[in-house]
Design a protein around this ligand. Structure first.
Ligand SMILES: Cc1cc2nc3c(=O)[nH]c(=O)nc-3n(C[C@H](O)[C@H](O)[C@H](O)COP(=O)(O)OP(=O)(O)OC[C@H]3O[C@@H](n4cnc5c(N)ncnc54)[C@H](O)[C@@H]3O)c2cc1C
Length: 398
């Protein structure tokens, strides 16, 4: 019987892991199933662009995985039983249980709808395609001078505020940041951010921790009221509750705890990658939710699974950061160079060159996912029967 590998989620990390596994293992030895709720691969890193009215290229998963040996199952994952090694999925035909020998959990994250009172009722989000489309429709209905406040001064908030302000100069766009604007960046990066925000006419509320969202404003901890006919919530992502409902060891926020090979620390047949997992990076700091670390996590997981099944060497490539690529609308960008553990270095690229760089990074990431088995060595090693049964041994530890 073939070793059954199920990959949950066909975002950046699940799709990358499935493609890499298909490239590493023989089709006669493994049955790889990729489960995803939506029929398309969604370029999440561009959802603020979708919200601001731009068109995103459709990327049907069926086309991407045709001929790769990966079976695509379009269904919603509703539960995982990590002890019985089953996954429950639901589609128009009802529910079904799928049995696995190895599971790769890559269900990503969404926005934190319960962050503060009023968020679920009044705020918009750009963490999901439906959310970005709702915001797009809402923005299209706004007239000149109406207020849009983006809550969250992190990468997503900065990208969303600048994209909306550039696309709709007639709107009154603001950003409410818990700290100072871009306070994690180098002095050069911060100065550039301020310059671009100023040029786009974005009002910045700094040290403004938002404590409540209402229909036409947000309230801050220090008593300020910020006008917001539309609030866009970007302050942190939340993972899906499926993992926390299993016997897998998870963090307080529901991310699956994994080792350096992305294997669950409690269940050796389960691997977790991307936003859904918590792995430690350089200097024992947790890797942040991002494609920048999520895709290497997916490669690491796929290579570790292949190594364990075939008796090969475990991968031991530290996952590190090189830069933070930030779009500031279509005409401007900021590439902040960082240390391995994501601390800003003094150097940064700015302006149109940075915008082009960021665009190339987004295109490259999508191309890699859309061509899952291209460009990797074709040498496939046979699965060793006893390894497939035990699922656990390998020649070295990571
Ligand atoms: C607006 C925005 C801009 C960003 N910009 C950047 C950036 O510039 N650089 C960067 O590194 N990161 C960026 N990020 C973060 C990045 O998008 C995420 O870290 C990344 O998408 C995580 O990949 P993932 O595969 O773990 O999850 P996802 O990409 O979210 O994929 C999860 C997949 O699982 C599927 N799924 C979820 N639940 C279920 C279910 N119950 N059943 C079946 N399928 C399900 C989803 O449909 C999806 O296909 C950005 C995020 C946003 C929202």
């Amino acid at each position: 019987m073939r070793h059954r590998i199920i990959v949950l989620g066909a975002g950046y990390t699940g799709a990358s892991a499935a493609g890499r596994l298909a490239r590493r293992l023989r089709r006669d030895d493994v049955a790889i199933t990729l489960v995803n709720a939506e029929p398309d691969f969604i370029e999440r890193v561009r959802l603020h662009q979708l919200a601001a009215g731009q068109h995103l290229k459709p990327r049907p998963l069926a086309k991407m995985f045709a001929g790769t040996g990966v079976a695509l199952r379009l269904a919603k994952v509703t539960a995982v039983d990590a002890d019985r090694k089953t996954v429950t999925v639901a589609d128009a035909n009802g529910t079904e249980q799928l049995a696995y020998d190895t599971l790769v959990y890559a269900l990503g994250s969404g926005w934190n709808a319960q962050a503060v009172p009023g968020t679920a009722e009044h705020a918009h989000e750009v963490a999901s395609r439906p959310g970005a489309l709702r915001l797009r429709e809402r923005l299209a209905g706004l007239g000149a001078g109406q207020t849009v406040t983006v809550v969250g001064g992190g990468l997503t908030g900065v990208e969303a505020a600048t994209e909306i302000a550039e696309a709709r100069p007639d709107l009154d766009v603001a950003l409410a940041a818990g700290g100072g604007l871009g306070d994690w960046l180098s002095p050069k990066g911060r100065a550039h951010l301020r310059k671009v925000f100023g040029g786009l006419g974005i009002t910045v509320y700094e040290h403004a921790a938002v404590t409540a969202v209402a229909a036409d404003h947000v309230a801050t901890a220090d008593g300020r009221t910020v006008p917001a006919e539309v609030t866009v919530w970007t302050a942190g992502f939340a993972v899906h509750p499926i993992a926390a409902a299993t016997s897998l060891r998870v963090t307080g926020t529901g991310q699956i705890l994994v080792d350096g090979t992305m294997r669950s620390v409690s269940h050796p047949d389960v691997y977790a990658v991307g936003d859904a997992a918590l792995a430690m990076g350089p200097n024992d700091k947790p890797l942040r939710m991002s494609c920048a670390s999520g895709v290497p996590m997916a490669w690491q997981a796929a290579d570790a699974i292949a190594a364990r099944l075939t008796g090969g060497r475990l991968p031991n490539i530290p996952i590190r950061y090189f830069n933070q690529c930030i779009s500031l609308g279509r005409a401007e960008g900021l590439i902040q160079f960082v240390t391995a553990d994501d601390q800003a270095k003094p150097s940064a690229l700015t302006g149109r060159l940075a915008a082009t760089y960021k665009e190339l990074v987004c295109k490259g990431a999508a191309w890699g996912v859309a061509n899952p088995t291209v460009g990797m060595p074709t040498r496939r090693r046979p699965v060793l029967r006893e390894q497939a049964a035990a699922g656990t041994t390998a020649r070295a530890t990571a």
